[in-house]
Design a protein around this ligand. Structure first.
Ligand code: B12
Length: 226
């Protein structure tokens, strides 16, 4: 498939997610990479837009869980290929610090969290992605085990939001909080919420996560350096 990287390409990527067309999506992603597409742009302008539309339609009751799940599978296939490319773009660089990242208990959404993990890795962080539906003890154990400089917590659901506060409270009780920065993210997470639960920062997308962590960990990047 020979293609050009333009608005039409990103629209086709979005449409493949909306239509649940896995083969089409994978072909477009691979053809895009061959034609030199920026993998993060493909996630944000293409696949991300598609899943955003699907999410809106689901919220409005226009489509139901099976269609949502099908679109999500397609999105996952596409982002998995792009995430690998994003990570590889940061290979062999100095480590700026260790970050443990996971989705909180009660939530199985992992696409956005995995994109953030890939982009952090590409920008010189050692990332330990501990997965989804993670309880307080597992977060704390992972931070201890890996001697992490920062912890990232993700959720897309409103209901389990307070799990994030529980993790931070337990870090305070066990004396871990002083040495570990906490960054939170996901669509229901606002700056106000992050302040309320005592997180150090909120990241609104993957690039924002890099900027905020750099700020928290005192990383200064010369222009163009990751
Ligand atoms: C795909 C999807 C699913 C897939 C998830 C597949 C997977 N493996 O992840 C499936 C089908 C499984 C699913 C299930 C459910 N879902 Co759902 N889902 C979505 C959808 C459409 C897209 C999410 C997504 O992947 N976005 C693309 C990524 C790239 O963006 P992102 O996740 O926002 O991540 C970015 C930022 O938020 C940020 N970020 C994210 N995490 C982090 C972490 C850190 C540390 C930082 C710094 C930044 C950061 O950076 C990321 C990259 O830019 C959203 C709608 C939406 N618009 O978000 C609904 C949505 C989140 N789901 C919703 C619901 C209700 C559910 C279900 C409860 C449905 C049901 N009845 O069972 C279940 C949840 C079950 C559970 N216990 O978790 C609701 C949530 C409503 C609410 N306020 O609570 C939404 C908003 C849909 C809606 N409009 O109603 N879902």
């Amino acid at each position: 498939m020979a293609i050009e990287i333009n608005d039409e390409y990103f629209e086709k990527l979005a449409q493949a997610v909306i239509d649940g067309e896995e083969e089409e999506c994978v072909e477009l992603v691979n053809a895009g990479l061959e034609a030199g597409v920026d993998p993060l742009e493909a996630v944000e302008k293409g696949l991300g837009r598609g899943i955003g539309k699907v999410g809106e339609d689901f919220g409005a009751g226009i489509i139901f869980l099976p269609e949502l799940a099908m679109a999500a599978d397609v999105m996952k296939q596409g982002t998995a290929i792009l995430d690998e490319r994003i990570k590889a773009s940061g290979a062999d660089r100095l480590s700026h610090g260790k970050v443990v990242i996971g989705t909180i208990k009660g939530d199985i959404h992992d696409i956005g969290k995995s994109v953030v993990a890939a982009v952090l890795q590409a920008n010189g962080y050692d990332v330990i992605d501990i997965g989804i539906d993670i309880d307080v003890d597992t977060f704390l154990d992972a931070v201890k085990e890996h001697d992490a400089d920062a912890l990232g917590m993700s959720t897309l659901l409103t209901l389990p939001l307070m799990e994030m506060e529980k993790v931070i409270q337990r870090m305070q009780e066990t004396g871990m909080r002083d040495n570990v920065k906490v960054i939170v993210g996901g669509c229901p997470v606002t700056q106000e919420f992050a302040d309320e639960i005592g997180a150090d920062a909120v990241g609104f997308d993957a690039q924002d996560a890099v900027l905020k962590l750099d700020g928290l960990l005192g990383i200064n990047r010369p222009c163009g350096d990751a």
